[in-house]
Ligand binder design. Sequence first.
Ligand code: 13P
Length: 250
Amino acid sequence: MANRTIMAAGNWKMNKTPAEASAFVEGLKPLVAGATTEVVVGVPFVALSGVLAAAKGSNVKVAAQNVHWEANGAYTGEISCGMLKEMGVEYVIVGHSERREYFGETNEMINKKARAILNAGMLPIICCGETLTQREQGVTAEHVRYQIKVALLGLSAEEMMKSVIAYEPIWAIGTGKTASDEQAEEVCAIIRQLLVELYGTEVAETTRILYGGSVNAGNAKVLFGMPNIDGGLVGGASLKHDGFTAIVLA
Ligand code: 13P
């Protein structure tokens, strides 16, 4: 079995002003300095500059929460990969269920974003996950496989191994209702099996697959200990030092 570095990635969503964000990362740095986990904070666009400055020289890596796939042009309100790359951003979260639900993002758009992120020399964290209805209908595996298969179209094996997939069941996001370790593991294993089919064993064993959905200090250790779960994409619990640090050190 490949030696995959566990990743603890915070997704702050629409929280913290630029000043709050920088101060948070200044305070976080000493708390996670000794972590063997890869530590990532996913911050609002306007906080990136300050957070990148605060994180400089530390083991805290910085992610954006979204990006547009075009290099430039008449796309009012959008941000390009070139803009993020120049700032020093390493990761970009794409395809979060909130982007899909509230902003109409499709699998095809997520595929274009992943392509653009990799072309720019950054790495995508590609999200997927089923609704409660889909779970109850028994179509979770089909749904997640479809989402991921389209999102990955055209990505090479080398690009795949550097990219990150995050499985986030929508019914577990912000609800306090975590998927059980068996439920989370089952779907992450299905995603890894898809990677075997698409890319072969080596790529599948190297690519990291995170779980997201009400991850907290209490459940992180068990979740991250499952064979196919390589860390977490953390919303609410990533907004506080104690909660996030406990997850990073789990
Ligand atoms: P919560 O951890 O708040 O459930 O959010 C999960 C999530 O959506 C991370 O991207």
